[in-house]
Design a protein around this ligand. Sequence first.
Ligand SMILES: Nc1nc2c(ncn2[C@@H]2O[C@H](COP(=O)(O)OP(=O)(O)OP(=O)(O)O)[C@@H](O)[C@H]2O)c(=O)[nH]1
Ligand SMILES: [Mg+2]
Length: 258
Amino acid sequence: MSPDPAFDGEAIARGDIQLDIGTLAKAISWVEDGGKLPDLFLDAGKAKSQTIGITGSPGVGKSTLTSALVKAIRKADELVAVLAVDPSSPITGGALLGDRIRMQEHYLDDGVYIRSMGSRGHLGGLAAATPQAIALVANAGFTEIIVETVGVGQSEVEIMKYVDTVIVLLAPGMGDGVQAAKAGILEIGDIYVINKSDRDLAGAQSVATELAKSIELSPRADGWKPEILIASAQENIGINEILAAVENHRKWRKSVAR
Ligand SMILES: Nc1nc2c(ncn2[C@@H]2O[C@H](COP(=O)(O)OP(=O)(O)OP(=O)(O)O)[C@@H](O)[C@H]2O)c(=O)[nH]1
Ligand SMILES: [Mg+2]
């Protein structure tokens, strides 16, 4: 699909096109189809928003955690946007339906903007569209942004480059600890959350221990020491701790920014 000619990146950047909810939806479709916004607009979006990326294997609980984080962020009255980036969505449309059910309680809240991406653009294009979609929602006033993507391939790792703080979600029992090292997710997580601890707390603790060892063995070049937390998104356990870890990481980012 080629970008909708009714849209114009420069006009959006100038503010000639008001980014209300309806226009926002069309503008995101436009960037998915390859429309380009000026760098200044992307920079402005970055400056006024804070982004959290959530990645992890299919079914690990990303959407459930996203929903719990949205609830907690809304308590602080911040406007929040969720971009569910699903590179495989043309094939697995069902996943989005599940997400929709998990996000249901937020659909009536004007302070929450939820958008799935991936059904239009192709793989490479999706990584390029993500920072633009972030800029669009940020400039529309949704300054807390959560980007959810299934963490299996290179394009997902690519997408995570565009967020400030990356949460890698794991679960006990799935051999995830070992998988983590293999899949290279050890390099991308700022915060690791072992989810579903309500089902298997000992298992969650052993994944956490294993992860801590791996992290100890390969310290990051930038000096940030990833936090490892145990949670249950479904039971709403550990959510504030996750937000506190995000806050710590934000402060650290600011302290090292030149
Ligand atoms: N017991 C338990 N189940 C959970 C927890 N978090 C999520 N689940 C369940 O795990 C299943 C998958 O949850 P999702 O939030 O859809 O997982 P996801 O990672 O977004 O899945 P995809 O987007 O399909 O990759 C659902 O049945 C959830 O109810 C948890 O903390 N504990
Ligand atoms: Mg999901």
